[in-house]
Design a protein. Structure first.
Length: 255
């Protein structure tokens, strides 16, 4: 695993459910339910990047921001339309790897305050590194609203955290699972193994006085014993199939 892959793997690990916050995105028409969105705080994102530095996966990191838009927008409320401030900010996270290579991730954030837009931009840019990306896999989360309230009760938030906890365990199990075998490397490994088995079988046949017959079987199979396992997947599969045929012929010869 190269240094960048290590950074991305570590950055994308789940957070403790207690570090995740929930915001109301929308409410049902009868205002009895709220559609909730899980998100991290900017502080949690910065802490994660600091952890990468402490663990030696990053030499350093910095972030700079650029305000690209500011103005006023109209928003709908229960009492009608009203005007609110609007800010759009670009965040650029610069990561310096131990090798000296610099990686830049950026995205745009929005908010009705500059602080909110800066925070949103930082979190969005960090998602490109995998930070908190797993939260998008939660899907829609609805919570019951207490009568006359705009935010769910602590009990409802507890249920959401329980759902998040289940996702976190799933993500951790996947992170601990062995990496999938590269198909091409798997074919090479199997060919090397086939060469070893065929070579051993040929030595046994020679010991039985059947060396000439073994050599003839190798020639008839069109198999080049000891050839480096290089080539396209299709070529390696053909060679593996030839190796199987040769091994079977040698086994029959051995008796």
């Amino acid at each position: 695993m190269n240094e960048l892959a290590k950074v991305l793997e570590r950055a994308s690990r789940p957070f403790a459910p207690e570090e995740v916050e929930f915001t109301v995105k929308a409410t049902s028409r009868d205002r009895r339910k709220a559609l909730m969105v899980a998100h991290l705080t900017a502080r949690s994102v910065m802490d994660r990047l600091d952890e990468l530095v402490k663990e030696g996966l990053l030499e350093s990191w910095t972030a700079d921001f650029e305000v690209v838009e500011r103005g006023v927008i109209k928003v709908r409320t229960r009492d009608g339309e009203k005007e609110e401030p609007f800010y759009a900010v670009v965040a650029r996270i610069r990561l310096t790897l131990p090798s000296g290579k610099v990686l830049v991730k950026e995205d745009v954030g929005e908010g009705d305050t500059l602080k909110g837009a800066f925070s949103d931009a930082l979190k969005r840019a960090a998602v490109h590194l995998g930070v908190g990306r797993y939260l998008y896999r939660l899907g829609e989360m609805w919570a019951e609203l207490p009568e006359g309230r705009d935010y769910p009760s602590e009990e409802e938030i507890r249920k959401l955290r329980q759902r998040l906890r289940s996702l976190t365990r799933q993500e951790e199990r996947q992170a601990q699972a062995p990496p999938a075998q590269d198909p091409l490397e798997d074919l090479r490994r199997r060919l090397r193994q086939a060469d070893e088995m065929i070579s051993k079988l040929i030595e046994e046949l020679k010991a039985q006085g059947k060396g000439v017959e073994a050599a003839r079987a190798v020639t008839n199979a069109g198999y080049r014993l000891g050839e480096p396992p290089e080539g396209s997947p299709e070529e390696l599969r053909r060679r593996l199939e030839a190796a199987r045929g040769l091994y079977k012929a040698l086994q029959e010869l051995k008796g």
